[in-house]
Design a protein around this ligand. Structure first.
Ligand code: C2E
Ligand code: MG
Ligand code: MG
Ligand code: MG
Length: 286
């Protein structure tokens, strides 16, 4: 009996595995056509200034409306696109779409011309020397002010090869854009490099936020990251704020920027524009 159930277990496991692999290989085949068929779209998650609750920017996040599987999240298709190389094309589309959307917002809501658009850059894109020219071209095409674009690169991407990352970051910086280290605290930055990276801000990984009220260590690490950033004149954005108590504590320790479901979920283009219209009206009334 034991043997049989053991065998069954193996069968169930391998069937699941097989299904997963099949789905992945199908998705890989579908990626290119999906771009052409406009199945990808962006959602925009607001970033707020703590205390004032002022909207300071939006992070563009990619979604795939799949005809059969429904709405797919980045973790289901970004790794596949990275593996196949399709991320280059998809990443360019994301960048162009995000920049042109923000340029349009600046035009339509002149009071909000300080808003910054953040775009995630994959490790595969970051390793391509051509990225700098591509960003430069997109800025020109979309007429977005360079200092209103923030590129987010994860700490682990940067630390894969700190020496070449430093070179790339310096080249990107010459465009006058902003640079963020995303998922900060999870990628083993060397402090001697961190000091040299021409970045504008650190985004504290949401794993620290998740248990900051229960786990003294997490709160202490966030405080240490704030102190480090202060010393290096970097801004800090804490992501993954899900509760009002977390927000209160972050205000208390003087964290300047926050992002998370408690403040706002990633918004459709339409919902994002509703928020901008509301923010705009409030500013006009002041
Ligand atoms: P990320 O850049 O660290 O983005 C934050 C992720 O956390 C987003 O997930 C966001 O929806 C989610 N999030 C925001 N607030 C909260 C919160 O309060 N609690 C929790 N639990 N989660 C929150 P999403 O959209 O699924 O994206 C996941 C990751 O996929 C991103 O992490 C980013 O690394 C990557 N990604 C997303 N869009 C793109 C893209 O266009 N290009 C590339 N290369 N990567 C992307
Ligand atoms: Mg990000
Ligand atoms: Mg992050
Ligand atoms: Mg992440």
């Amino acid at each position: 009996v034991a043997k049989e159930s053991g065998r069954n277990k193996i069968r169930v496991f391998s069937k699941k595995m097989l299904e997963r692999v099949l789905k992945m290989s199908r998705l890989e085949h579908e990626l290119q056509a999906a771009r052409k068929n406009n199945q990808f779209f962006l959602v925009y998650q607001p970033i707020f200034e703590t205390g004032t609750e002022k909207l300071s920017g939006m992070e563009a996040l990619c979604r795939w409306q799949h005809p059969k599987h429904g709405l797919l999240y980045p973790k289901e298709f970004i790794p596949i696109a990275e593996e196949s190389g399709d991320i280059i094309d998809l990443g360019l589309w994301v960048l162009r779409e995000a920049c042109s959307t923000m340029a349009a917002w600046h035009k339509n809501f002149p009071e909000l011309s300080e808003l910054i658009i953040s775009v995630n850059i994959s490790a595969v894109q970051f390793r391509m020397a051509s990225l700098v020219d591509q960003v430069s071209t997109i800025l020109e095409e979309t007429q977005l002010q360079p200092d209103k674009l923030n590129l987010e690169i994860t700490e682990s991407t940067i630390m894969e090869n700190a020496e070449s990352a430093l070179f790339m970051l310096k080249r990107l910086k010459t465009l006058g854009i902003r640079l963020s280290i995303d998922d900060f605290g999870t990628g083993y930055s060397s402090l001697s490099y961190l000091r040299q990276f021409p970045v504008t801000s650190l985004k504290v990984d949401k794993s620290f936020t998740a248990d900051m009220l229960e786990e003294e260590n997490s709160l202490e690490i966030i405080k240490a990251m704030l102190a480090l950033a202060n010393a290096m004149k970097l801004e800090v954005i804490v992501e993954g704020v899900e509760q009002s108590h977390q927000l209160k504590e972050l205000e208390r320790i003087q964290c300047k920027y926050v992002q998370g479901f408690h403040l706002a979920r990633p918004l459709s283009l339409e919902k994002a524009e509703d928020l901008l219209a509301k923010t705009h009206t409030c500013l006009e009334a002041e």
